[in-house]
Ligand binder design. Structure first.
Ligand code: OSB
Ligand code: MG
Length: 376
């Protein structure tokens, strides 16, 4: 084999596809431009054959407010269209062909690929990452995404705590009513920190004054405008020449990334493996980024350890990234569904060699609120 493309020739088997809807309580609520969330409701796909079970997590939200995908729809899509079509697939490539036929729904399709890939890895010890030719790191630098907070005191407290925990970037969620005085009240603490902002597509031309203030921090502004509102982006870019844009929601495939890049709509990419439809597409995006000198880092969606451990493997292929949104599970959940929760050192690194991806079936069952087993 000479490249990760050849890995798609790997034969696969499938006896049962499992759909596990979990509801994992969060330690605290999280407010962003999207809304408020209190627990992680998600679909976990299991892929079983030859006595081995692989798992894949669908990162999208239960509601359609981040992207068009939503949990109940993901379950229906797999049940009615993907599972029946998988019956004839006998290689990795054929599974991707089944998934490619479905328009949209990248997170859901990716979860099926993740489960299959996990099964393949547990069965053969081989993974698509083995065929990546570029450099990689063993320790992955981590940043934290901070929800919109109610007052200056909580901002100071969080900033102090997260700096002490070692996070290498503090990413603040913002929206059009974001109160900059809260940040000013923490200016002394933020001075030596790497600060960035994520608007989750909520800003418009009217928010130029806010954008002007945010760019003073010198970092890219993540998904400032709603996806595909090129006119707004152009207008704000013209009004605020220092604006650097990091795209998230807008980029759902390599094709969309190329288009946005050619149109001058981004300076860096928050790559969520699920959002672009999976592992294979993500590796193609990594190659494009390397060729074009486009900075890429890996984003998260509050995954459980199942999704997080995969995100971390992808992040390891980006040696130049300063920080990825991949906080350890303990930040969100009292209990994860891996046997051993993922942990971060006080210098903000997660050591991949210490990540054990074994799922605890008892914990998975404990947090499962709906389950379907589809027999192939
Ligand atoms: O916009 O990056 C985002 C979580 C859910 C939905 C969208 C986003 C996020 C995050 C969380 O920022 C980052 C993380 O998982 O640590
Ligand atoms: Mg984002």
């Amino acid at each position: 084999m000479t490249s990760y493309h050849d890995f798609l020739d790997q034969p696969i088997q499938l006896e049962q596809l499992g759909l596990h809807v979990i509801d994992l309580p969060q330690k605290m609520q999280f407010r962003s431009g999207i809304g408020v969330r209190k627990s992680r409701k998600a679909l976990i796909v299991s892929w079983t054959a030859a006595g081995v079970m692989g798992y894949g997590e669908c990162s999208s939200r239960a509601d359609p407010y981040y992207s068009a995908e939503f949990l109940a729809g993901s379950v229906l899509l797999v049940e009615q269209f993907i599972a029946p079509a998988l019956q004839s697939a006998s290689t990795y490539r054929e599974v991707l062909q089944v998934l490619d036929r479905v328009r949209g729904w990248p997170f859901t399709k990716a979860a099926v690929e993740f489960a299959m890939h996990d099964w393949l890895w547990r069965t053969t010890g081989r993974s698509i990452f083995d065929w990546w030719k570029g450099a990689r790191v063993r320790k992955v630098p981590v940043g934290i995404s901070i929800g919109i907070l109610p007052d200056a005191e909580s901002v100071r407290l969080k900033v102090r705590t997260f700096k002490a925990e070692g996070y290498r970037r503090l990413k603040f969620k913002v929206n059009p009513s974001f109160d900059l005085s809260l940040l000013r009240a923490a200016a002394d603490l933020l001075q030596d920190a790497h600060v960035s902002f994520d608007a989750n597509g909520t800003l418009m031309e009217a928010d130029i004054p806010l954008v002007r203030e945010l760019v003073k921090f010198g970092t890219a502004l993540e998904q400032p405008f709603p996806p595909y509102r090129v006119g707004i982006a152009r207008a704000v870019q013209a009004a605020v020449p220092d604006l650097k844009i990091c795209l998230d929601e807008s980029v759902k495939s390599l094709g969309q990334l190329k288009m946005a890049h050619e149109l001058g709509l981004l300076d860096e990419l928050n790559l969520k493996i699920g959002r672009v439809g999976g592992l294979f597409e993500s590796l193609r995006i990594l190659e494009y980024g390397a060729r074009q000198n486009l900075p890429i880092w890996i984003g998260g969606m509050f995954e459980t350890g199942i999704g997080r451990s995969l995100n971390l493997q992808m992040a390891a292929l980006l040696p130049d990234a300063k920080a990825h949104d991949l906080s350890p599970s303990s930040r969100y959940f009292d209990e994860d569904i891996l046997q051993h929760p993922i942990t971060m050192s006080t210098d903000g690194l997660i050591d991949l060699s210490a990540v054990d991806r074994t799922v605890d079936p008892k914990l998975l069952a404990k947090y499962t609120i709906q389950k379907k087993i589809l027999t192939n």
